[in-house]
Design a protein around this ligand. Structure first.
Ligand code: NAP
Length: 352
């Protein structure tokens, strides 16, 4: 990689936008050129517009950068951009991202375009071949750029854990999530709603998990994606944890593998990012813990710099075939880290 690509971040002041800024510091392939957010922030210095909630300090040069409005004209005026990371709210992202995708490669964390037939829904370890769907999209839409999307945060970690189990024949999956507060963005859930509490509802989340996993684990035949044919049922809860979604997963398989075979399938799983040695690829996409009481959000969310999914408590189930717990960092593996890894994959494949 000779020249670094200059990137714009749309939604740069939010929970995922801040994580993008943090993870892109010193990135070997990408450098931040433009930060964009709502009209409330536009025109201010980033440091004044944003309440920085990352654990690391806000870099001084980022703090001094002006915030642009999240539209093509303002972003083009603010800098010379090669690609766009979007972490806009899902209900606004649709038309704005399309406007950008006509001109730029757009890597989106928002739900707006995920389920469109000509839009890839990528987890680089699982379906890197789906990236080629952008050729169909560019032809159909007449765009110079394209849009590719990352799945919902709770779907990403689940789908990564499901991929190595496909060899045993996935039939049915039941998942209950315990999702962190940062998943609701910033400032997110009011403190008086969540202190001393669990909220057993996250708007749209169960529907997203149930639909997205089938597309991600489906087959791309060069023209369309054919969904995977297992059934998935999700039940989603918001819990009093800052970062890291924990999921309790029950699976019915065609075969009856031993616990050791399942554990080996998780531990040995590697994908294209590991083969290509992409800068943000964790060495182990799945880490297996053997302690009786792991994974836990506070201890395990930073595994593989937040890019590994941690699985534990793998056991046989008397009704289904097996059950296990799975944990992922929602704003890294489920958020900005996923967007950056996708962009690295597209660059490595010569698509961006
Ligand atoms: P957030 O903290 O609420 O941030 C939203 C961002 O969008 C802020 O930068 C905000 O700018 C900007 N924005 C709001 N209204 C806007 C408008 N009208 N025009 C332009 N920009 C506007 O949300 P988030 O958690 O970062 O989530 C961002 C996206 O990523 C969402 O689509 C979400 O579903 C998805 N996602 C989130 C997570 C997670 O763990 N949080 C994980 C995966 C995917 P201002 O500061 O100026 O208002």
């Amino acid at each position: 990689m000779t020249m670094k690509r200059k990137v714009a971040i749309l939604g740069a002041t939010g929970a995922v936008g801040q994580r993008y800024i943090q993870l892109l510091q010193g990135h070997p392939w990408f450098q931040i050129e433009v930060l964009a957010a709502s009209e409330r922030s536009a025109g201010k210095k980033y440091g004044d517009a944003c309440n920085w909630v990352m654990e690391s300090n806000l870099p001084k040069e980022i703090s001094e950068m002006p915030v642009a409005s999240a539209d093509v004209e303002s972003v083009e005026k603010a800098g010379d951009v090669d690609l766009v990371f979007s972490s806009l709210p899902g209900d606004l992202a649709g038309p704005v991202e399309s406007e950008f995708a006509a001109l730029f490669p757009v890597f989106s964390k928002a739900s707006a375009h995920r389920m469109e037939k000509d839009v890839p829904l990528i987890i680089p370890e699982i379906n890197p071949d789906h990236a080629d769907l952008i050729k169909v999209q560019q032809k159909q839409r007449g765009w110079k750029g394209f849009i590719t999307t990352d799945p919902n945060c709770s779907t990403i970690q689940l789908a990564i854990s499901l991929r190595p189990l496909m060899q045993f024949g996935l039939k049915e999956i039941i998942v209950t999530t315990m999702q962190a507060l940062s998943g609701a963005g910033y400032p997110g859930v009011p403190s008086l709603d969540i202190i001393d509490n669990v909220v057993p509802f996250i708007s749209g989340e169960e529907e997203k998990m149930e639909a997205e996993a089938l597309k991600i684990l489906g087959n791309f035949n060069g023209k369309v994606i054919q969904n995977a044919d297992f059934k998935l049922s999700a039940s989603c809860n918001r819990v009093h944890v800052k970062d890291g979604h924990l999921e309790s997963v029950f699976i019915k398989l065609d075969q009856e593998p031993s616990i050791q075979e399942i554990e080996d399938a998780f531990s040995n799983f590697k994908g294209e990012p590991q083969k290509l040695k992409l800068p943000s690829a964790p060495v182990n996409p799945i880490v297996v813990r053997h302690e009786k009481n792991r994974p836990q959000p506070r201890f395990d969310r930073d595994a593989g710099c937040g890019m590994s999914v941690v699985v534990g408590r793998i056991r046989k189930d008397p009704i289904m075939t097996l059950k296990y717990m799975c944990l992922g960092h929602n704003t890294i593996r489920g958020g900005a880290g996923a967007g950056i890894l996708s962009a690295e994959l597209f660059v490595a494949k010569g698509l961006a």
